[in-house]
Write a protein that binds this ligand. Structure first.
Ligand code: 3YE
Length: 210
């Protein structure tokens, strides 16, 4: 089975969705390790409960982004992954890191990219009066939240929504689309070819909408 390393910074709800998919036999890969840049987060308990080796690489132990990323790469490569999955991992990665895992590094972002890259997406969506919102899985490139998109899940914005209600509804979509994208990768159906995402050999000009 393809080996997956999951990077987290917090609660690990998307990690849990991947753990559940593996347990259900639908992931078609195995989570070989979990790495957090923060100690004491709930995602580490989720890994332990599932019997998955977990490690902490605190970014605060490093005085440069390059040094942290090199330590992170060494830890990740110790698990010999075929795929690295960012699941609520909150660090901007260096070009050297991104290039090392080119074509085997995925992220999930809580907006319908290319709309609303960066932080505080639910607040921005509400402030802009948008009626639609969602989540996107994409290949990671040097540009934050700018890599080729793979799959999106949409939600309607309700007139009485606040950031929390919106985050909850978007989270449901995240936990649906991330295991699906990881499954495609593990099946060998999802690839990055000449900087473009391909599913079943067909370039994805638009992400799959489910
Ligand atoms: N790095 C690159 N390209 C990408 N990291 C992520 C996606 C992605 C990536 O597509 N090159 C905002 C969080 C960014 C931020 O400024 N973070 C701080 C640290 C904040 C903290 O530690 O709490 C920083 O300096 O990195 C994953 C999502 C990153 C979100």
């Amino acid at each position: 089975l393809p080996r997956i390393v999951v990077l987290i910074s917090g609660g690990g709800t998307n990690l849990q969705a991947l753990i559940d998919a593996e347990a259900a036999g639908t992931l078609e890969g195995t989570i070989a390790g979990v790495i957090s840049n923060r100690t004491g987060v709930k995602g580490l308990d989720r890994a332990e409960s599932a019997g998955i080796p977990a490690q902490v690489i605190p970014h605060r132990d490093h005085d440069s982004r390059e040094s942290f990323d090199q330590a992170l790469m060494a830890a990740i490569d110790g698990f010999r992954p075929d795929l690295v999955v960012l699941a609520g991992f909150m660090r901007i990665l260096t070009d050297a890191f991104v290039q090392h895992y080119q074509g085997r590094l995925l992220n999930i972002h809580p907006s319908l990219l290319p709309a609303w890259p960066g932080l505080h997406t639910h607040r921005k969506v509400l402030e802009a009066g948008e009626t639609e919102h969602g989540a996107t899985v994409h290949f990671v490139t040097e540009e934050l939240d700018g890599g080729p998109r793979i799959i999106q899940g949409r939600v309607r914005v309700h007139p009485d929504d606040d950031e929390d209600s919106l985050a909850g509804r978007v989270g449901v979509q995240e936990r649906r689309i991330y295991p699906e994208a990881v499954r495609w990768f593990c099946q060998g159906r999802l690839r990055l070819v000449q900087g473009r995402a391909q599913l079943d050999g067909t370039p994805l000009d638009e992400p799959v909408d489910i």
